[in-house]
Design a protein around this ligand. Structure first.
Ligand SMILES: CC(C)(COP(=O)(O)OP(=O)(O)OC[C@H]1O[C@@H](n2cnc3c(N)ncnc32)[C@H](O)[C@@H]1OP(=O)(O)O)[C@@H](O)C(=O)NCCC(=O)NCCS
Length: 169
């Protein structure tokens, strides 16, 4: 497994992840197809600028064109503060193989080595068993439930946080 930066050619993978009702059931429902090209373009530009890290999960190094999912780390602005947030998605045919957990661990290691991300927050839906399991087993601390706006909707989430310099297990 490896992580690589998002590319313009990843639109299809974005559509399969973000416009699919089953994939988005814990994230407030599918997003409109027509926004995906601009979303990929924005993520590629931010990855090139180094402000956001959007990494595609490639399960087999011998097949770099095959994408299983994505892990993203970005600076997140709330009313009160600026903070770092991490999120992840894995396509149905690749789920249950540990790829999300490996991808999240790898990105946290990169963040630790980079040093500028500080405390990293995650907000999986309260019902999302695998995502909450990932947080728990990688060393995130549970801070409580929180309503979070996502793509114009309110999601009931578990708020987790981890300092990659000290908390990773
Ligand atoms: C959530 C998601 C990323 C998990 O991806 P995955 O690659 O299948 O997850 P992993 O195989 O790495 O499993 C992670 C952990 O969850 C556990 N798990 C996996 N599926 C599970 C399930 N259905 N119920 C309970 N636990 C589950 C695994 O055992 C593992 O825990 P462990 O390390 O203690 O054994 C994937 O299902 C997904 O993309 N769902 C739709 C989008 C989404 O909800 N994204 C997350 C937003 S926070």
């Amino acid at each position: 497994m490896l992580l690589r930066d998002v590319e313009y050619g990843d639109v299809d993978a974005y559509v399969r992840m973000r416009c699919d009702p089953a994939m988005m059931v814990e994230l407030g429902g599918p997003l409109p197809r027509e926004g995906m090209e601009s979303k990929v373009r924005r993520d590629v530009q931010r990855a090139a600028a180094g402000t956001d890290w959007t990494k595609m999960i490639v399960p087999d190094e011998a097949e770099p064109g095959l994408v299983a999912g994505t892990v993203t780390l970005w600076p997140h602005n709330t009313d009160a503060e600026r903070m770092s947030e991490i999120g992840w998605m894995v396509l149905p045919e690749f789920q249950g193989r540990g790829l999300a957990k490996q991808g999240v661990r790898l990105l946290l290691e990169l963040a630790r080595d980079d040093g500028r991300w500080g405390l990293i927050h995650a907000f999986p839906a309260t019902q999302n068993a695998p995502s909450n399991g990932i947080c728990r087993s990688l060393g995130f601390r549970f801070l409580g439930e929180q309503d979070v706006p996502f793509a114009g909707r309110a999601l009931r989430t578990n708020h987790w946080a981890l300092d990659p310099r000290t908390d990773m297990t």
